[in-house]
Design a protein around this ligand. Structure first.
Ligand code: F6R
Length: 242
């Protein structure tokens, strides 16, 4: 695991963006794995700037999200499909039809995980997966206790995650109870992983991920198994590393 410690979120975003740009430049049909949440926002801002000011094109790119709520239609403002559109993809020249998310329609949820795995494999896998990390060490919606071998499936959200995410909804009751999420083993299939984290609140999770034992109690620790992971952190998030 490569750990890059930067002075600011913007400096880390520039570093991460250079890795994404390398993949976008060097491949005919690159596939980007996109995370929602606050951590990757400076990276998306930098990629949007590079598109606007330097003509970096995403016209040949496909993108896949990590997860999706069950029960929110794709155009709901809080569905991850729509969040990614608003925060990144609508600002660049990527084809909307090439942005994929798990199908959160409850009527089709039972085999939605399997269908999403098929989409990922038909795309030829993810070239670079952007990740954030939860304060409890979760990645995507793989909470502590998730199987290290998990593939895309429905998970029941913990009370903690629902209350953390209630800030985006009118009330806690509006936060869906279930989500579809790429599994830990699905995430390991990405050819390269870039994880972004800033702030003291992430320090414990970062230390457990990088230096702790590989364990379902810190789902992100499964990344120790991956040969090409870059962890982009500020000094606060790195503060508990030995
Ligand atoms: C987002 C996701 C989550 C977040 C994590 C950190 O698609 O799957 O695992 O990456 O909860 O969120 P932020 O970046 O908001 O601290």
């Amino acid at each position: 695991m490569e750990v890059v410690i930067g002075q600011s979120a913007e400096e880390l975003a520039l570093y991460a963006a250079s890795m994404v740009r390398d993949v976008v430049r060097s491949k005919d049909h690159p596939v980007l794995g996109l995370a929602t949440g606050s951590s990757p926002l400076p990276l998306y801002t930098e990629l949007i700037r590079a598109h606007r000011d330097e003509g970096v094109s995403f016209a040949h790119v496909s993108a896949v999200t990590l997860d999706e709520y069950v029960g929110l239609p794709p155009d709901h403002p809080q569905s991850y499909h729509e969040v990614i559109r608003q925060e990144f993809t609508r600002h660049v020249d990527i084809d909307d039809a090439r942005v994929f998310s798990p199908d959160g329609d409850p009527a089709r949820a039972m085999d939605a995980g399997e269908r999403y795995e098929k989409v990922l494999s038909e795309l030829g896998g993810v070239d670079v997966q952007i990740l954030g990390i939860g304060t409890d060490g979760h990645i995507a919606f793989n909470e502590p206790g998730s199987s290290l071998q998990s593939r895309t499936r429905i998970k029941t959200l913990t009370d903690q995650t629902r209350s953390d995410n209630a800030r985006f909804f009118g009330s806690l009751d509006e936060v869906p109870i279930h989500a579809l999420t790429q599994g830990l083993d699905t995430i390991l299939d990405a050819r390269r992983v870039v994880l972004m984290a800033t702030g003291q609140a992430k320090a414990q999770a970062i230390a457990a991920m990088v230096e702790g034992p590989m364990s379902a109690s810190c789902p992100a620790s499964v990344l120790q198994w991956h040969p090409h992971v870059t962890v982009c952190v500020d000094e606060a998030a790195a503060s508990l590393l030995e």
